[in-house]
Structures are given as structure tokens and as C-alpha cells.
Design a binder for this molecule. Structure first.
Ligand code: ZDP
Length: 279
């Protein structure tokens, strides 16, 4: 069976988008996801995203699979790509239009902006160790600047769930980080029973962070939306940054706001169509 797809990216975090409105379950199995994402033997992507019909009064449902076939709860860059894919399916893009998206991390409202930008309401961060989940610290408490030994060295880590688990560590200089060596050791550390996404953050200014990310189930990616949100939360909690912050990722910048009014994270950034094809 030929599967029609469109490739999108959000700051180089790239996804294969599939119109899944006619079926209740994803058209492609986790094993096929792995093959499609392969950069040498497949289309090449960090994940596969399925646009399903909305449930519980939402406009659409997003299901996403990482390039290793695992299914995360949420995906910040992916949901921006989904927003623009929806406009492609609907045949028109109207800046200012809002959509609500059902995800495994709850309902995510978003708004189309000018010039292909999408503003996403990313929800409230969850800081309880047992819900992240991590066995660092005490189960019902926050994990802020706790020491974790990885690769024989102690790192001060702050843990945040944006629906999916994140471990944030503030460092002097991102160029000194050997991501390929450190990333897997964080991801598979026994303190994170569901593995973890890891962000290495250099504070350039209180309103400007530089971020390197190692994603659970994917590896080094050029950008991670949930990771940028988690990093600003961790930065505010540790006194490293403001609630309004630009996060520079290898693929470009995201604007993040952690609202004092409703405690929610707001992420604004681009999503770009690359090509369509049949697999
Ligand atoms: O939690 C996970 O397993 C992540 N790999 C999901 C993908 C996160 C993403 N990079 C983002 O932008 O939030 C898509």
C-alpha cells in the first residue's frame, strides 16, 4: 500500500506527516515508523505524526512516534508542523485562526500567526518527581539543582515534565558538550524509569538561552519545543533566566513565555513544509 505523506520541519526538527482522518488508529506501525524515519534507507525524519479526527470537542488529534518507534506524549515542534499540515488538508491557511489539538499530554490549543509562525499553548509544567518520572529526590517534591552523576561527573539537574520528561542542566559552554557520549547516558540513566529528554543550557543573557538537546527515542536533534519550554521553567526555578526568553537551538530560535497569570507555557516558532511524496 502506498502511503501519502508530507515532510515538515520546525527549526530542523523534521517529521513525516500523514493524513489519518479516515482511520482511528495510525496507518503505519511503530516498526514502519522506524523504517520511514531512517535517513539512509527511508524518507528520513525525527518522527512520524498522524493527523486524526478530534475527540472530546477538539479539532484534531495528534499521535506522534519517535524515530525508534516509541510514542511520546507530546511534541512541541511537531504540533506546529501539524498545525500547518492541517491548513494544507483544509486547503487554506488563515493567520489568526485557532485550533485545539488532542494529544496524550492533554488538549493543546494553538494559533496560526503571520509568516508561517505558530503560537502554541503548551500547558502547565509538572514538577513532581514521581510524575516526571524520576527517582531523584522525594516522590512528591520538585527536583531542582540536584546532583546526578553521569559519565563519572556530577551534574546539577532540574527535572520538568511538559507531558514528556525532561532533565535540564545549566553549563558554561555548549561547545564543550560531547552530546553523542553524554546524551545516551542521561537518556538511559536508572534515575529515569521512562527514559528522559536532556537539555544542556548555556545562559547567554537572562532573556537568551542556548540549548543542546538529546531526545529520548531519537538522539541529537536540531530543535525540541517541549525541551525549550522545560528549559525556561528550569531557568526560572534556578534563577538563571526570565519568564520571557528566546531559546536558541541548533536549528534556530523559539520564543518562550512562562505566564505568571495562568502558569502556562506559550511557545512561538516556525513550521515549514519541505515536500510531499508517496511511500
Ligand atoms: O519525549 C520524547 O520522547 C521526545 N523525543 C518527543 C519529541 C519532542 C519534540 N522534539 C518537541 O519538539 O517537543 C518533538
Amino acid at each position: 500500500m502506498a502511503i501519502e505523506f508530507t515532510k515538515y520541519h520546525g527549526l530542523g526538527n523534521d517529521f513525516i506527516l500523514i493524513d489519518n482522518r479516515l482511520n482511528n488508529s495510525p496507518l503505519v506501525s511503530p516498526e514502519q515508523t522506524i523504517q520511514m524515519c531512517d535517513r539512509h534507507f527511508g524518507i528520513g525524519a525525527d518522527g512520524v505524526i498522524f493527523a486524526l479526527l478530534g475527540t472530546d470537542n477538539t479539532d484534531y488529534t495528534m499521535r506522534i512516534f519517535n524515530s525508534d518507534g516509541s510514542e511520546p506524549q507530546m511534541c512541541g515542534n511537531g504540533v506546529r508542523c501539524l498545525a500547518r499540515f492541517i491548513t494544507q488538508l483544509e486547503g487554506k491557511e488563515i493567520p489568526g485562526k485557532t485550533y485545539s489539538i488532542h494529544t496524550l499530554a492533554g488538549v493543546i490549543p494553538l494559533r496560526l500567526e503571520d509568516e508561517g509562525q505558530v503560537r502554541v499553548e503548551m500547558g502547565t509544567p509538572n514538577l513532581s518527581a514521581n510524575e516526571i518520572p524520576t527517582t531523584l529526590g522525594n516522590p512528591n517534591e520538585t527536583v531542582i539543582n540536584q546532583s546526578l552523576v553521569v559519565d563519572g561527573k556530577p551534574w546539577l539537574v532540574t527535572c520538568v515534565s511538559m507531558g514528556n520528561p525532561h532533565c535540564v542542566t545549566f553549563i558554561e559552554n555548549t561547545s564543550a558538550i560531547d552530546l553523542v557520549v553524554l546524551g545516551p547516558q542521561f537518556e538511559h540513566n536508572k534515575m529515569f524509569p521512562e527514559r528522559v529528554n536532556t537539555e544542556f543550557i548555556e545562559v547567554v543573557r537572562p532573556d537568551y538561552l542556548k540549548m543542546l538537546v538529546w531526545e529520548r527515542g531519537v538522539g541529537a536533534t536540531l530543535a525540541c519545543g517541549t525541551g525549550a519550554c522545560a528549559s525556561v521553567v528550569a531557568g526560572v526555578l534556578t534563577g538563571n533566566c526570565n519568564r520571557n526568553c528566546t531559546v536558541e537551538l541548533p536549528g534556530g530560535c523559539l520564543t518562550i513565555e512562562w505566564s505568571e497569570v495562568d502558569n502556562k507555557l506559550y511557545m512561538t516558532g516556525p513550521a515549514q513544509k519541505v515536500f510531499t511524496g508517496k511511500y
